[in-house]
Design a protein. Sequence first.
Length: 434
Amino acid sequence: MYLTDRSAPPKPGAADQGRRRGPVTGVAPVVLVLGTVSLITDISSEMVTAVLPLYLVSTLGFSPLGFGTLDGVYNGVSALVQLTGGHLADRVRNHKLMAGLGYGLSALCKPLLLLAGSVGALGTVLALDRTGKGLRTAPRDAMISLSTPAERQGRAFGVHRAMDTTGALLGPLTAFLILRAAADGYDAVFGVSACVAVLGVLVLVLFVPGRRRAAGDPGASGAGTTAAADEGAGGRQPVRVREAVALLRLPRLRALAGCAALLGLTTVSDAFVYLLLQRRTGIADEWFPLLPLGTAAVFLLLAVPVGALADRIGRRTVFLTGHAVLLTGYALLLWAPATPALPFLVLALHGVFYAATDGVLPAALAGVVPDHLRASGLAIVGTSQALARFCCSLAFGAAWTMWGPGPALAGSAAGLLCCATVAGVVLRPADETR
């Protein structure tokens, strides 16, 4: 039960049709196209995410507990829906279709934020938006995984996450510029976000390959669905729920899902990290949307090299190191002097954490889950992590309300230290001496 993969070389034949490497990055072309879709979509999403904490707490007067509840909904709904999206993508054997539905639903929700004037309405819109994210995440990652040899999974996911993070970098910057220029800043942010989201859906529909036409067709890239599984199995029957559930019998999958959940229980939401940083350093409200830029910039720079490093030295090592870096960031927020350098240090560590974990976890599943169940396996692990973070948002918001931000973060830091130690034991390599 370990993260480092010792997978057999990919089998030759139809499955390799979609694994042609790009001319520059060394990854399949479909990874670059999906990265472009994610880049555009993240500009839209992060425009909203960057201003949402301040909008809710400062403008609408939400308490930390109220914000924690909505933030938990924002993340928890997508976690529950991931299982549905992953299973349906495997069942219909069309990952592009399910990913498109997810991207489309999120795009439809952006203009509805302009009409949400109450807590209930806002919570409903955010839940629908996260439903779209849940539907698309596992099918999209399955397309990346199935188009890439097992020994290069870390690099492929690193390239995708780097492009995705470029959008996360541009989104807050765009929101910042809109807030400074527009009289009714928040409405303008939500409106522009909706237009950008539609563009992302169009790129997916027009440029991401769908079902492959034939194994020997040179014009088919084969990465848009589980076509390799379809053709190699000679017309496989639709995946049943019991097959997806049976994945939990795999010891390594259980270990991955369990440790992802354990660590997610003590991983404080990004929004809370930025609110804590603002309170510690006295950053003005108008600069708040720029805080995610620090995290995104470091993530962007390190996603590809750290993913490639994980392929070489072991995904377990990189994954656990990322959580140790996050723990260091918590310690700085708790005890470091509020100097001008503090925001830069905390945001840099936050970005390193994501570079070492976000793409490494799905990359570890390449040698664990069969091709025809890849989206379901990714959904199981992703759901376990997201549900845990949903619980963490609720607990952290309640702790902040009752005891203050300092004790709440100290409790999370202590929990993260304990959980990382347990995960290090559970995920220890069985045959690795490095």
